[in-house]
Design a protein around this ligand. Structure first.
Ligand code: ATP
Ligand code: MG
Length: 449
């Protein structure tokens, strides 16, 4: 719209300035030629009115033509003595011979000139023509007009032009704003839909509206979203099916190993079989987590009010024994969590991931604190914290960070699961370094109304 304003302004100036200049010369020329023809007209009529008996008619003639040219009209005899004056009888009988235009006209030549008037103290346009009778000048008619008045007329015309320009500019800009609005509105809506899609709402679709290009853009966008939803859906389904199919043979495998362990085997074989059982359990755990991850996006329940402080209390109960084994003090911080809207099982599961990590990566003898604030739970530990490369990568599936690789075994799925579960309800899981050492894992969820 600003660019349009500049273009319009440029066009108006480019057209308007020459037009105004042209117009003012035209007005000047027009005034001059009108004065000349009026003087000629008066001179032609006055030729018959010079006799003393007809002075009254001569005075009327001077007055009416003065009205026409909006100036002063005088008639002088061959010696330059004023016979009639539209301005009144005051100057009658005095000699105007000394005026250059009258002197010129009395020699038989019309004169038009612009000069300063001593009587009026301003610039005037003087037009004088001779009154011809029997082939010789017998007097003269002079028309005088104020140049300031002519200038004022020109200025009025210029002002009018400027006004028209301003109106055209205003209308142009208004139309521009309306058009820009019409283009911007559907694009703004499309942008909001794109943000929803990026935020994980795969069902978000653009409205097909606006110009042909905008409708085609909307259709392409929806096609892309459809494809994305299908691809993600089939990926999820694959993971779900694969982990589901793996469960049965895993259970079978576990049973076989247990049976072998129960049989009469040597101590070395028994140790190997125990290690085998532990590996199978770890395998089963990963399969279970993959299954959870593949289901995290689908909502089974419409949600419920969940009290975060109560969730913290439950987590403390579940993890107290494990923390004791690690000689870690599991403590409650301030509890001001309030109610959020989600599924209770999802909060518990996500919180388990965060507490498990804190206990796993924090050193013996340190403490882990669970604190609630409105819409969020913080799990604070005094472990190694995060390295620069950890930042976002630790939320990727199967990715283990620096603490994970250097520490106890794990699958690298925990944080991915916690985040998926939280995002499914419009929440989030973040992990950052804690001042004074350690990490703070935060689970945020939308507060219940
Ligand atoms: N409290 C923490 N302090 C320091 N690093 C952490 C903490 N929590 C997580 N991490 C880092 O993030 C990585 C990913 O954590 P995540 O819970 O997803 O997987 P994991 O703990 O390695 O394995 P598992 O899936 O068995 O939990 C970890 O390997 C670790 O490097
Ligand atoms: Mg973990």
């Amino acid at each position: 719209v600003v660019a349009l304003g500049y273009v319009l302004l440029l066009a108006i100036v480019a057209l308007g300035v020459p037009l105004a200049a042209n117009l003012s010369t035209r007005v000047n020329d027009e005034v001059r030629s009108q004065a000349r023809s009026q003087a000629d007209l008066v001179a032609a009529t006055a030729a018959d009115l010079l006799a003393p008996a007809r002075r009254g008619e001569l005075a009327t003639l001077a007055r009416t033509s003065a009205d026409t040219v909006r100036g002063r009209v005088i008639v002088v005899d061959r010696k330059g003595i004023v016979l009639a004056d539209s301005a009144g009888p005051a100057e009658l009988g005095s000699s105007y011979r000394a005026r250059p235009e009258i002197a010129g006209a009395l020699t038989g030549h019309p004169v038009q000139l612009q000069r300063a008037s001593h009587t009026l103290g301003e610039e005037i346009l003087a037009t004088a023509v001779p009154i011809i009778r029997n082939g010789g000048p017998v007097g003269a008619v002079r028309v005088t007009q104020s140049v300031a008045a002519v200038h004022a007329a020109v200025r009025r015309v210029e002002l009018g032009l400027a006004l028209v320009g301003a109106i055209v500019l205003a209308i142009g800009l208004a139309v521009g704003v309306v058009i820009a609005e019409q283009i911007a509105r559907p694009l703004g809506r499309l942008e909001r839909v794109a943000k929803r899609l990026a935020g994980g709402d795969l069902s978000a679709r653009a409205a097909i509206e606006g110009s042909r290009e905008q409708r085609s853009l909307g259709a392409s966008f929806n096609e892309m979203a459809d494809r994305m939803q299908r691809l993600l859906g089939s990926q999820r389904a694959f993971v779900a099916d694969a982990s589901h199919q793996l469960r049965t043979p895993l259970t079978g495998l576990r049973l076989r190993i247990e049976e072998a362990r129960a049989a009469n085997v040597g101590p070395q074989a028994a140790a190997e079989l125990d290690a085998g059982l532990a590996e199978v359990d770890r395998f089963a755990q990963i399969v279970e987590e993959l299954l959870v991850l593949s289901r995290a996006g689908e909502r089974e329940s419409p949600g419920e009010r969940v009290d975060l402080d109560a969730a913290i209390e439950r987590a403390l109960m579940r993890w107290q024994a494990a923390a004791g084994e690690q000689q870690i003090a599991l403590e409650r911080g301030s509890l001001r969590g309030g109610a959020v809207w989600c599924a209770e099982a999802d909060v518990d599961r996500a919180l388990d991931v965060l507490v498990e990590n804190a206990l796993r990566y924090a050193p013996r003898g340190s403490d882990v604190t669970l604190a609630g604030a409105p819409g969020r739970i913080d799990v604070r530990d005094r472990g190694p914290g995060l390295s620069a490369q950890d930042a976002e990568a630790i939320f990727e599936r199967f990715h283990r960070g620096s603490a994970g690789r250097g520490g106890p075994p794990g699958s690298g799925l925990g944080l991915a699961i916690a985040r998926e579960l939280a995002r499914g309800w419009g929440g989030e899981v973040t992990l950052e370094n804690r001042t004074g050492g350690g990490a703070i894992a935060t689970l945020t969820l939308p507060e219940a109304a």
